[in-house]
Design a protein around this ligand. Structure first.
Ligand code: SF4
Length: 338
């Protein structure tokens, strides 16, 4: 008798979208109608930090435009291979702030969990591009230790799901994570840091939103968007669906040379976010991770950009300009000179 295979669970649309993303540089550049010749340096850079781009993200790149801001955020560059003084593998010393695998406890009352190293796109400036996810991701042993740590530390009131991108995990795992956290009485808030609403909008499903609506924890989603061109109609609709579910929705941005180094671009980003239901929250100074020096802006340039931004927006649409210092107990506001 021939044994029957168990029926395969049908993939959800977002999983199909993820599986059909670009992982080949030539295929991606062909799609973007960018001419290339020798890609050996780009390949080396992509060995150092993975290249992977969803079709949704790629669809927002202007074809044939070599300096497109959506393209430049994900395209491996030869200058990632140049070692620059002051740039390090772990610019925020996160590994020294990790009392147990998978958990970073830096600030009072809140912890961050690095659940997965996977993302829907890989941003070339990512400060965790060298993070040892293998030892720090979600697995049974790490999770048991994390839950014990949270139970013992009764002053922790907020847990941040991060990564990588936590929304790359399936609904079943997320349901378990959220319900285990909700079972700890002193945990009050749940925060999710994710680029997925922007990079893979099909992941924002009604079942995902239901997981966050049903929990007793107060949920916040912090998305990451750097340029108004990222926010197409589909992304804005998904952001509105999050907001309409009464989930607090914030955005953080990284200030990047040749991407958003302009007050007008950042002002347009704030307007688009606000109209889609997301409040501009932080704009970060680049963390000096090795391989990211081509995104660096001088303090003088930053000052000019923020001054222009302040002149264009009402105060409630201006994100806080901050930097993260490895030993500081909070994000550090960067003063502006007028
Ligand atoms: S999505 Fe976030 S974690 Fe992933 S590469 Fe980009 S910045 Fe890093």
């Amino acid at each position: 008798m021939i044994a029957q295979k168990p029926p395969q669970k049908q993939k959800e649309q977002w999983q199909v979208d993820l599986a059909t993303s670009f992982s080949s540089l030539p295929a991606f550049l062909d799609y973007c109608e960018i001419n290339y010749d020798d890609l050996s340096q780009e390949y080396l850079a992509s060995k150092d930090f993975r290249f992977f781009v969803t079709k949704s993200w790629a669809s927002r790149i202007v074809k044939g435009k070599v300096n497109d801001p959506i393209l430049l955020q994900v395209l491996p560059q030869p200058n990632e291979l140049i070692q620059k003084p002051g740039y390090s593998l772990d610019p925020l010393s996160e590994q020294q702030q990790s009392p147990i695998a998978g958990l970073i406890h830096k600030y009072h009352g809140r912890v961050l969990l690095t659940l997965t190293g996977q993302c829907a796109i890989y941003c070339r400036y990512c400060f965790r591009r060298n993070f040892p996810y293998q030892e720090n991701q979600f697995n049974r042993a790490n999770w048991e230790n994390i839950i014990s740590y949270l139970k013992e530390n009764t002053d922790i009131y907020e847990v941040i799901l991060s990564g990588g991108d936590p929304l790359i995990m399936g609904d079943n795992i997320l349901t378990k994570i959220v319900s285990d956290l909700a079972a700890i009485p002193h945990i009050k808030y749940l925060r999710i840091h994710s680029r997925i609403p922007v990079a893979l909008p099909s992941r924002i499903t009604t079942s995902l939103i239901k997981i966050l609506k049903m929990t007793r924890l107060l949920p916040t989603i912090v998305i990451h968007s750097n340029h108004p061109q990222e926010l197409n109609n589909e992304v804005c609709e998904k952001l509105r669906s999050i907001k309409n579910a009464n989930i607090n929705l914030l955005n953080q941005t990284v200030m990047l040379k040749n991407i958003n180094d302009n007050g007008k671009i950042l002002a347009e980003l704030s307007h688009k976010l606000y109209q889609a239901g997301a409040m501009p929250y932080y704009i970060h100074r680049l963390d000096k991770v090795a391989g990211s020096s081509h995104f660096y802006l001088t303090p003088h340039q930053e000052n000019k950009i923020i001054t222009e931004l302040l002149s264009l927006l009402p105060g409630y649409l201006v994100p806080k300009f901050v930097e993260e210092n490895p030993n500081a107990k909070a994000k550090t506001p960067i003063p502006i000179k007028f």
